[in-house]
Design a protein around this ligand. Structure first.
Ligand SMILES: NC(=O)C1=CN([C@@H]2O[C@H](COP(=O)(O)OP(=O)(O)OC[C@H]3O[C@@H](n4cnc5c(N)ncnc54)[C@H](O)[C@@H]3O)[C@@H](O)[C@H]2O)C=CC1
Ligand SMILES: O=C(O)CCC(=O)C(=O)O
Length: 424
């Protein structure tokens, strides 16, 4: 199996530093008070817990879990729970802050939060996963709540884990509390359209930005890194729009076919193959690092952060990068991409479809009512298109990148709300 090699320690660009340098850049344009600067740079709450879990072998293992609420100025904390071996407090802090900016960019009434557990879900049984998420939920009972902090899926977790989380929380409260978590299975109060929502947002942002560059979907070739929830849905929806997906990758490696990969077939293969594309024969296996450097119109990094860095940015050939993952491009890479004239649609805009439909799920849970799929799709696409237009406009107004424009909008919204709330 081939993996993307982590950068040598000395060159490592960490997610929190990248987030902060973009924040500082936007603040320079916008100008905010010292008081607010401190409030927005020191997370409102950081919780670290030890999670003892009995493994199938009978051995007791203690995992480290985190939940960070970056800000509640716009509303209750909102953000996914990541199960991955690389989870750290630094990463969760960056991801939580990105949630604050993302919710502000798409104008939904949530603050930013994120959680994670350092573990390897690929090596855990369903029983071990269930015990881990239930233990995590018990440890977070005082944090979570439909008006306080609302988790959702992220890397390594999905509807199954959200169901266990809701059940554990509900048991502790002595009543069913649907609205404590989003991304649940439909029968448990989940929303139509949430599974594909993040990929849908990526598709909408890709089409919107291609239109600005004069690239027609039928002429576009696309490479997608990560073939989980976000990457596979983005690829599938873009395939439906006529784009040619020439390369995809996951933890098992990267797969290339210049005639185009049949994405529906690849998804079917993955689903029957323990969740990976290992052994996928409809495409040639290539070096995973090479996928990022292919001469395509659009590159969609949809796996994890810091894959486009100072080490490889100069070799990127795509015209457009649409960030399905959170933080896939480091701040150092931004500068290089800008010099090369490569446009990046930032994560806090491009992947905001997921939290947007999570918001719809939360609203439906509070109303005790279900919306049909067509309403969800229409509203989700409208929200992302509106946000894209706003970000584009602000980027022209200040002559800044789409990323800086998105941060300007987000910070301005949080700053204005803070002012009206009268501080703390
Ligand atoms: N699930 C959601 O609704 C949202 C997820 N995101 C972000 O999107 C990214 C992906 O999340 P999901 O799709 O939910 O996770 P997932 O767990 O469903 O899929 C992750 C995919 O990335 C692959 N992967 C992992 N390491 C890789 C590597 N080094 N090279 C290539 N592929 C690799 C995995 O094999 C898998 O195919 C994360 O950054 C997450 O924070 C952002 C917004 C919402
Ligand atoms: O759906 C949500 O509430 C949050 C999803 C998430 O974690 C993200 O957008 O990064």
């Amino acid at each position: 199996m081939q993996y993307l090699e982590p950068a040598p320690i000395k060159d490592r660009e960490n997610p929190l530093e990248s987030m902060m340098s973009r924040f500082d850049e936007a603040v320079q344009v916008l100008g905010i008070s010292d008081e607010l600067y401190q409030i927005l740079t020191i997370p409102a709450r950081q919780v670290i817990v030890g999670l003892p879990v009995t493994m199938d072998s009978g051995e007791l293992k203690v995992f480290e879990g985190y939940r960070v609420i970056h800000s509640t100025i716009l509303g209750p904390g909102k953000g996914g729970v990541r199960f991955d071996q690389d989870v750290s407090l630094n990463e969760v802090n960056a991801l939580a802050a990105w949630m604050t900016w993302k919710c502000a960019v798409v104008d939904i009434p949530f603050g930013g939060a994120k959680g994670g557990v350092a573990c390897n879900p690929r090596q855990m049984s369903a029983g071990e996963m269930e015990r881990l998420i239930r233990t995590y939920t018990k440890a977070m009972l005082e944090n979570f709540g439909p008006d306080k902090d609302i988790p959702a899926p992220d890397m390594g977790t999905g509807a199954r884990e959200m169901a266990w989380l809701m059940d554990e929380y509900s048991k502790a409260k002595g009543k069913t509390v649907h609205g404590v978590v989003t991304g649940k299975p439909l029968v448990l109060g989940g929303s139509q359209g949430r599974v594909e929502a993040t990929g849908r947002g990526v598709m909408v942002s890709t089409l919107a930005s291609m239109a600005k560059l004069g690239i027609s979907p039928e002429k576009a070739t696309i490479a997608v890194q990560g073939f989980g929830n976000v990457g596979s849905w983005a690829a599938s929806l873009l395939e439906d729009k006529g784009c040619k997906i020439v390369a995809v990758s996951d933890i098992s490696g990267a797969y290339y076919n210049d005639g185009g990969i049949d994405i529906k077939k690849a998804i079917e293969y993955r689903d029957q193959n323990k969740g990976t594309l290992e052994g996928f024969k409809e495409a040639e296996k290539i070096d995973p690092d090479e996928l990022l450097l292919l001469p395509v119109e659009v590159l969609i990094p949809a796996a994890k952060e810091d894959v486009i860095t100072g080490r490889n940015a100069a070799q990127i050939q795509a015209k457009l990068i649409v960030e399905g993952a959170n933080g896939p491009t480091s701040a150092k890479a931004d500068v290089i991409l800008k010099d090369k004239g490569i446009i990046a649609v930032p994560d806090i805009l491009a992947n905001a479809g997921g939290v947007t439909v999570s918001y719809f799920e939360w609203v439906q849970n509070r109303m005790g009512y279900k919306w049909p799929l067509d309403r969800i799709v229409r509203r989700c696409e409208k929200a992302i298109n509106n946000a894209f237009d706003h970000v584009y406009e602000v980027s022209l107004k200040y002559d800044v990148s789409l990323r800086t424009a998105a941060y300007i909008i987000a910070i301005d919204k949080v700053a204005t709300t803070y002012k009206y709330r009268g501080g703390y």
